[in-house]
Design a protein around this ligand. Structure first.
Ligand code: HEC
Ligand code: HEC
Length: 313
């Protein structure tokens, strides 16, 4: 048993993967939320993705640990659309920030990503580490994601994984997902020109290029049936729908859109292949797609029927 565990751990480390102690909790961590921002300005906006966490570090951490906290913040910034600005707070000198020492972080009501081990959370909970680690705990009524390790080097390793492979990955995945739903809405409304722009937009459907780049080493190890699904998804999303729209053929674009959605379900639910997304998404973050769809007059069954019927978190 110990030997098997050791092999699994070392294989993980070879690929730069930290020890993840509670996988689903980590994947469902509430990194972002949606808020009303710029209230009282003409551009007031009802649903904007803002950070739901602050990124914290202990006061005695070395510079490289603080630097990795900043790197996590950078990728979080790619996921969010604003830091959560409202003119009233700004007038009072309160501009939200994202990276701060733990003492300050605990004064905010937010969930915390704590980078490093020289801090109160790790001491109070008596946490110990066997290598680069990501671990979700509860502390003083909030969720805390601990980025730990036996030394600073291991903390940095775990922190970089969190920044790029988790937060950065989700940034691309969600931008693409919400754009994919919007794309369907635009096709329904006959707005083909806007739909074509959305397909090419690096913050739109093409945001997923980031994920394809991050997944490049994984792609090589995928079994052939999974590779086929990926290629099919990409061909439909980036070439065939665009071709149908350029030809003004909305019905064909809609049929292709539906074929692309089936590929999401094949990997996420494991239809005909091994299930690749091994957790149920965070409902609060995911559900924005439903409101985007509704804003185009689409109800759930426009998309969730037949093999893509599942819609329960
Ligand atoms: C080749 C398989 C595959 C295909 C095809 C695929 N996905 Fe995924 N997707 C995954 C995996 C695996 C994950 C989880 C990665 C992880 O462990 O964080 C994921 C995660 C996501 C997430 C992040 C969810 C979260 O809670 O972290 C979103 C959003 C997403 N996919 C959207 C889509 C959409 C939309 C499509 C179809 C247009 C799609 N995916 C097609 C494999 C796939
Ligand atoms: C315009 C199309 C569209 C509409 C309308 C729509 N969805 Fe979705 N939904 C999607 C796509 C695409 C996915 C695939 C992404 C994924 O699996 O994470 C998805 C995924 C989901 C999931 C995740 C399933 C899981 O466990 O992985 C749930 C839950 C869900 N939708 C609920 C709803 C509900 C409830 C409604 C109506 C209020 C709705 N959706 C309307 C396109 C749509």
């Amino acid at each position: 048993m110990a030997a098997i565990l050791w092999i699994i751990l070392s294989v993980g480390l070879v690929f730069g993967k930290p020890i993840i102690e509670n996988f689903s909790e980590l994947k469902r961590f509430p990194f972002v939320t949606y808020a009303k921002v710029w209230v009282g300005t003409p551009a007031e906006s009802k649903e904007v993705a803002v950070p739901n966490v602050v990124i914290a570090y202990g006061r005695r951490e070395p510079a490289q640990v603080v630097a990795v906290a900043a790197e996590i913040a950078y990728y979080l910034g790619q996921w969010t659309e604003d830091v959560g600005l409202n003119p009233r707070d700004v007038r009072k000198g309160r501009i939200p920030s994202v990276v701060m020492p733990l003492g300050k972080a605990l004064e905010t009501g937010k969930h915390i990503v704590i980078v490093g081990t020289r801090n109160r959370v790790v001491r109070d909970l008596g946490l110990t580490f066997r290598g680069p680690t990501l671990k979700v705990v509860e502390y003083k009524g909030r969720k805390v994601l601990v980025v730990g390790g036996r030394n600073s080097k291991e903390v940095v390793k775990a922190g970089r994984f969190l920044a790029t492979r988790i937060v950065g990955f989700k940034a691309g995945a969600y931008r693409t997902f919400f754009s994919f739903v919007k794309l369907r809405g635009l096709i329904e409304k006959g707005e083909y020109e806007a739909a074509l722009h959305l397909i090419r937009d690096p913050l739109g459907l093409s945001a997923c290029g980031k994920n394809m780049s991050l997944a490049a080493p994984m792609m090589l190890r995928f079994p052939p049936d999974v590779k086929k699904i990926v290629k099919r998804r990409n061909r439909i999303m980036y070439t065939e729908i665009a071709r149908a729209l350029t030809a003004g053929n909305g019905e064909e674009a809609k049929r292709l859109w539906r074929e692309a959605m089936k590929t999401c379900y094949r990997c996420h639910q494991g239809l005909g292949i091994e299930r690749l997304r091994k957790f149920v998404p965070n409902a609060e973050i995911h559900s924005r797609h439903q409101r985007i769809a509704r804003s185009f007059g689409l109800d759930c069954t426009a998309c969730h029927r037949g093999v893509t019927e599942i819609r329960g978190y």
